[in-house]
Design a protein around this ligand. Structure first.
Ligand code: ZN
Length: 285
């Protein structure tokens, strides 16, 4: 990091971050983060949803990660990946009306076990949104406090969950968890180390996560704000998103934050970018 970037980062940590109404940054950092591989998928035509009118008939593979953030005694899991049950089918499982084939080669539960973490030890959990590739193992985490936008919670646990593309069977056990229902950004630990960013559009209550790491610096975990680096560069909105207008606004909100914080954007489903990020058991600090 050059000196100017250091100065910009310190200045951002010291003061209020105005971009997108983000809460005060009190200078805290998470201790470390683990990136877990939580499934893979492939489409035979990326233009069918993710890049409308572009790359018609072109196949594309997607990565999918979960992120475990350690802050003192607290363990926050961000997204829970595709269901571990998919691992039983080595040839993959067809999903989204044949639009996608899914694989799980490393069950999440086994990866947590490798780190010595039973699901009951996860104290806090948040999802970028309630689509199946992000809440696939949610039911494992019945003792965690859930952080969710109120509008997403209402959609996921309401009578019309399926209309939003949500499968309640995957996360229904969380209905009894303590839940922090949000209407915007939220500083999870009150010290600026981990901040939920309200970024609606892909779903009604989609959110991203800003994680400030002591060495690596600030990182924004994208969820499905955007699926690939090219889509980010061209601000492409998938055709099946809940709201195109909200999607565009949310991308601009995050772009402003990245510039202000000199933060990295980790695009969850971008396979090439994900391949360059160290995976558990390596810790990112
Ligand atoms: Zn997704």
């Amino acid at each position: 990091m050059n000196r100017l970037a250091s100065f910009v980062r310190l200045a951002a940590l010291a003061g209020t971050v105005a971009a997108g109404g983000l809460v005060n940054a009190a200078g805290g950092t998470a201790d470390r983060m683990y990136v877990l591989e939580c499934g893979e998928s492939k489409t035979s035509d990326v233009s069918a949803n993710w890049s409308p009118g572009v790359d018609v008939g072109v196949a594309r593979e997607f990565s999918n990660n979960c992120y475990l953030i350690v802050r003192g005694e607290r363990l926050l899991l961000w997204d829970s990946g595709m269901s571990d049950s998919i691992a039983a089918n080595a040839a993959g499982v067809s999903a989204a009306g044949g639009l996608l084939t899914l694989w799980v080669r490393k069950p999440l539960a086994a990866q947590l076990e490798m780190l010595g973490i039973p699901p009951s030890a996860v104290t806090d959990i948040a999802f970028s949104h309630f689509h199946a590739d992000h809440v696939g193992n949610a039911n494992l985490f019945t003792s965690a406090k859930v952080y969710v936008q109120q509008i997403e919670y209402a959609a996921a646990f309401g009578p019309d969950a399926a209309k939003f593309g949500f499968n309640r069977a995957l996360y229904g056990r969380l209905e009894g968890n303590p839940a922090v229902k949000l209407n915007g950004d939220h500083d999870v630990f009150g010290d600026g180390s981990v901040v939920i960013l309200s970024t609606p559009g892909h779903t009604p209550g989609h959110q991203c996560l800003l994680v400030r790491l002591p060495g690596r610096g600030p990182v924004v975990l994208s969820g499905d704000l955007v699926h690939f680096a090219e889509n980010w560069a061209h601000r492409r909105v998938p055709s099946r998103n809940f709201s195109s207008e909200q999607s565009m606004n949310s991308m601009e909100k995050v772009a402003a934050l990245l510039a202000k914080e000199q933060a990295e954007l980790w695009i969850n489903h971008d396979k090439a970018q994900s391949a360059a990020i160290p995976k558990a058991p390596a810790a990112i600090r």
